[in-house]
Ligand binder design. Structure first.
Ligand code: BG6
Length: 478
């Protein structure tokens, strides 16, 4: 079998709010996640009005990367990472979001971090907005439901592009812009868009309006970015949970096809620069009134992305004659989702389906014909520490191994153009959906628990050495 390209970007993925901590250090303002309390599997996280003195906010300190980044980057380098995907905390740069001038201390932190990465030969891959909108923009402007927030985002993007133009080549505009298609789950609209749906409003209509503003913001950022440095590679980032038909019943097949539009709408616009007909028909059918300004169509056409980044954790399976029940997309579910008898799930109910990754790569590549980048994939599990301090994580190794095997088939057999692979949470971090620490993805363990206790000490799991070898052999030795 032919090999992966020599410049394949093996890496790891993280997001500022889930690992940096230092939530109010050096002038950083509160972001939408700084008012998120901890939850658990089946227990939603609470959004508080302000930061309450007696509530626990796991992201405030997270794993304290902000103050320990040199030690952590050295570990990433030891593992042999070729790139690190992380994000810029928007409220580090613009604490409230609507200031005229950025916060120099925030900009300096990322200068130092990118220098540190580059000095170890690790390429930064940067998401501009990974669930970190300044709280002020959400509270005072209504988040992305307000067109003014487009200008604030584009300014933030421009400042970052300009400052880091010689240090960062690979960018993404919004993380998992499409997970708010599950508009009934307040966590997604809040963290993606800073939006709270009011009583009497149609959540899906609100979602499309905020989504339109984000798509415009992304396109404007791409246009600006290319002016600043034509060498930039600017991508989109979507969450992808493929939808399988339960059976060969044509009704199951058509239902799965229709529900795949929940996944495709945002990347369709990002990549093709036009709204797909199936969504325009939905607006017509539902009577949705989404405000488009004169010039928006041109902006979308001119601001298409260079590549498509996506997260892949699981698949879901739907059955047409199942009574529709709402199950949250955090577990990959949709109304009409049923258990797939061929697929097992993690302790958090996330199905484990490596073949679904190859299937996804092929469907995306057939549809868009642009380079793809797997920027999240991984296995969240409880780790057990042995008496001698070692951590054996064969399940995680198995999960990653099986997914890498499938991505290799997609590249070497199917001919998909794949830029790289950055498994999620390369070091243990705070879970996004539950706020827990015990849902661990890392190959580096961090001594911290759900309540915020622990020494923060870092130690290597078995997966650390395993992944190091995978990278060193460019995926030949799994
Ligand atoms: C993706 C997000 O949804 O999945 C990450 O981009 C998140 O921010 C990851 O952490 C895994 O989800 P969780 O809830 O297990 O942390």
């Amino acid at each position: 079998m032919k090999q992966l390209p020599k410049d394949f970007l093996w890496g790891g993925a993280l997001a500022a709010h889930q690992f940096e901590g230092g939530w109010n250090q050096d002038g950083k303002g509160p972001s939408v996640v700084d008012v998120l309390t901890a939850g658990a599997h089946g227990v939603p996280r609470r959004v508080t009005e302000t930061v309450e003195a007696d509530s626990f906010y796991p992201n405030h300190e997270a794993i304290d990367f902000y103050n320990r980044y040199k030690e952590d980057v050295a570990l990433f380098a030891e593992m042999g990472l070729k790139c690190l995907r992380t994000s810029i905390g928007w409220s580090r740069i613009f604490p409230k979001g609507d200031e005229a001038e950025p916060n120099e201390a925030g900009l300096k932190f990322y200068d130092d971090l990118f220098d540190e990465l580059l000095s170890h030969g690790i390429e930064p891959v940067i998401t501009l907005s990974h669930f970190e909108m300044p709280l002020h923009l959400a509270r005072e402007y209504g988040g992305f439901r307000n067109r003014k927030v487009v200008d604030f985002f584009v300014k933030f993007a421009e400042v970052c592009f300009d400052r880091y133009k010689d240090k960062v080549k690979y960018w993404m505009t919004f993380n998992e812009i499409n997970n708010k298609m599950d508009a009934e789950n307040p966590l997604f609209l809040w963290t993606n868009s800073g939006v709270v749906v009011e009583e009497g409003e149609n959540a899906r209509e609100v979602m499309y309006q905020a989504g339109h503003h984000e798509l415009i913001s992304s396109a404007l950022a791409v246009i600006k970015g290319k002016e600043i440095n034509p060498e930039f590679q600017i991508g989109a980032m979507v969450s992808h949970v493929p939808v399988y038909p339960f059976s060969s019943n044509p009704d199951d097949i058509m239902l799965a096809e229709e529900l795949m539009r929940e996944r495709y709408f945002f990347p369709d616009v990002h990549v093709r620069g036009v709204y797909p007909n199936y969504v325009l028909k939905e607006f017509e059918r539902e009577g949705f009134n989404i405000e488009f300004l004169a010039g928006d169509e041109e902006i979308l056409r001119n601001g298409t992305v260079d590549y498509l980044g996506f997260s892949y954790y699981m698949s879901t399976t739907v059955k047409a004659d199942k009574e529709a029940t709402h199950s949250l997309v955090v577990n990959g579910g949709l109304a009409n989702s049923v258990d797939n008898p061929f697929i097992k799930a993690s302790d958090w109910g996330w199905s484990i389906d490596p073949v679904g990754l190859r299937y996804t790569l092929n469907r995306f590549y057939d549809r868009y014909q642009i380079p793809l980048f797997i920027v999240e994939n991984g296995f969240g599990a409880v780790d057990h520490i042995e008496e001698d301090g070692s951590i054996h994580d064969p399940q995680r190794i198995q999960y990653l191994n099986d997914h890498i095997e499938e991505l290799m088939k997609a590249v070497t057999y199917d001919g998909v153009d794949l830029m790289g692979y950055t498994p999620w949470g390369i070091i243990d971090i705070v879970s996004f959906t539950t706020g827990e620490m015990k849902k661990r993805y890392g190959m580096i363990h961090v001594d911290r628990d759900n309540e915020g206790n622990g020494s923060m000490k870092r130690s290597k799991k078995d997966s650390f050495e395993w992944y190091k070898k995978v990278i060193a052999t460019n995926g030949e030795e799994l």
